[in-house]
Design a protein around this ligand. Structure first.
Ligand code: CUA
Length: 319
């Protein structure tokens, strides 16, 4: 509930905008809203007027019956036709503004692969991958490439402009730019299965310096400690097949079927926004993923308490 009603909830964010594209979309929305309100008022007035004025009590005799009126028919065809034509042109112009073309030779800055039920994010030229949280430098237009590994998903961060489908076997492109720093919430906008509602996105727009620092840090590998606990935890990560899906760069785990965990602790949320990233929540998730997010790809690994603690501790090292 609080997602919808809180001060940063969805209702108050209908008009929120952090990009030129979204401001354009808001403008178009306003035009349509105003026109719809005017039509509603006119029709509503006519209905109420008709009901009142032609009520039996006031007009006991049957009113004059009219069949056909050319002038009226021309008018009620022309007025909607002209109105829609005007709106068609306005809509086309705004669509053109928010869908800037790009050169086929343009290299995407960001590559996003949607999965059931999380977002894999790559930066061109960088070896690291991150998940569900997209960092971007503020006031920079970036070209984003979207695809999917399974079913159709849809990238939708309301404050940053248009939605874009992520379709398996196909590449879609979208420009992304934030005109101020901040965190912008988004979600998957195309029904994609049981956990569609838990495919949240967080876009973090930051100053160029902060962004570069973040990027440099993400590129570093994990330096596993040489203590016996860490060593056995890394081993356990492999034995329990965690490494079949997850990477921890700096260890022998480098599968990218699931999110790259190398810097897991730098992310604000877990499981595409289900939980705040805390050790307690992490443990709950690893203990029984299907209870937390039924339908997610992560199986229950049947870890005992000791193993669970070891793996959780290892995750907490991934800063
Ligand atoms: Cu992915 Cu809905």
């Amino acid at each position: 509930m609080d997602l919808f009603l809180s001060s940063d909830g969805l209702i108050s964010r209908i008009y929120a905008s952090a990009s030129a594209e979204q401001s354009e979309i808001n403008r178009l929305f306003n035009y349509w809203l105003i026109m719809s309100a005017i039509i509603l008022l006119i029709v509503g007035f006519m209905v109420i007027y008709g009901v009142y004025h032609y009520h039996e009590k006031r007009r006991p005799a049957e009113p004059k019956q009219i069949a056909g009126n050319r002038t009226l028919e021309i008018l009620w065809t022309l007025i909607p036709l002209v109105t829609l034509a005007i709106f068609f042109v306005i809509t086309l112009r705004i669509m053109k503004n928010i869908d800037r073309p790009f050169d086929k030779t343009d290299k995407p800055d960001i590559k996003v692969v949607a999965h059931q039920f999380w977002w894999e994010i790559h930066y061109t030229g960088e070896k690291f991958a991150t998940a569900n949280e997209l960092h971007i430098p503020v006031k920079k237009t970036l070209l984003m490439q979207l695809t999917s590994s399974d079913v159709i998903h849809d990238w939708w961060v309301t404050e940053l402009g248009r939605k874009m489908d992520a379709i398996p076997g196909r590449y879609n492109y979208n420009w992304i730019e934030a005109d101020r720093t901040g965190s912008f919430k988004g979600t998957c906008g195309e029904y994609c299965g049981a956990e569609h509602a838990w495919m949240r996105i967080l876009v973090i727009a930051e100053n160029e310096d902060d962004f570069n620092r973040w990027k440099a840090h993400q590129s570093t590998d994990f330096q596993p400690g040489s203590d016996s606990l860490t060593i056995s935890a890394v081993k356990l990560f492999q034995q329990k097949t965690c490494s079949n899906c997850h990477a921890i760069r700096g260890t022998t785990a480098h599968s990218f079927a699931g999110p790259d965990l190398t810097h897991l602790m730098t992310r604000q949320t877990l499981i595409s926004g289900v939980f705040k990233n805390t050790p307690g929540n992490l443990k709950r998730w690893i203990r029984d993923p299907q209870r937390i997010k039924p339908g997610a790809r992560m199986p229950n690994l049947m870890l005992n308490e000791h193993e669970l603690q070891l793996i959780t501790n290892l995750m907490e090292e991934l800063k």
